[in-house]
Design a protein around this ligand. Sequence first.
Ligand code: ATR
Length: 267
Amino acid sequence: MADRYAVIGHPVAHSKSPWIHAEFARQTHQGLDYARIEAPLDGFERTVEEFRAAGGSGANVTLPFKAQAFLYCKDAVTDRARAVGVVNTLIFEKGAARGDNTDGVGLLRDLTVNLGCKLAGARVLLMGAGGAAQGVLAPLVAAGPRRLVVANRTADKARALARRYGASAGGGYEDLRGEQFDVLLNATSAGLADEAPPLAAGQFASGALAYDMVYGRDTPFLVLARAAGAATHDGIGMLVEQAAESFFVWRGVRPDTAPVVAALRGR
Ligand code: ATR
């Protein structure tokens, strides 16, 4: 029987992960099944246990369960998952579950490898202070930007996150006045509500790169960034790169992400 994997979330019907992993499996000739499992909001652990008992080899975890997934295997998490405090990849081994996080490396690989963006020495703005921002802040700090500022509508949350992960500063959008950034990353959910964080055009440095972790839509942030002269990208590359890293963790084989990103864009 093929090895079984799944994405566990709520809701999960929209997830592209089954399609992405099926493409990776086809490309690398790996025999595996990858399903969608919607766990009840109060039943994450039970759902994971059932999937393991049914022979599951691993799972991706998505909203809103990434923090619960960390607690589920907190005695056995990778360093990079411990650094961010959330887990998006579970590895089931004989009697044990290990937790990993591939979101940070997914974003960094998309930015630096696919998009040719230099983070070392750059002035970077990370918008948002929820789970998505927390999941990528530690690897961003490690990439060595000249300045890394966290901004959030609720300023205190950004301050706390910046302090915890050693970013240069954290605060509200009004605190950004007069600052310019080379790389502007939107980790807020504003785009899902057709809104943008309140940035001014003057905050995009010449040649800036603007990135929205939301994918599949031209968010108001990307529209604003383009009008300010920035190069704009949605989060589809990050989605595929984090999936590729999970696939590598499970299978020991690294798929070629470029054709998968291209196919998703064309769908
Ligand atoms: P996720 O796990 O996707 O990060 P979350 O934890 O609910 O989701 O966090 C959503 C983030 O988007 C928060 O930083 C939120 O700001 P607040 O902390 O002030 O709520 C931010 N956000 C949501 N809508 C926004 C909007 N219209 N403008 C600016 N920020 C917004």
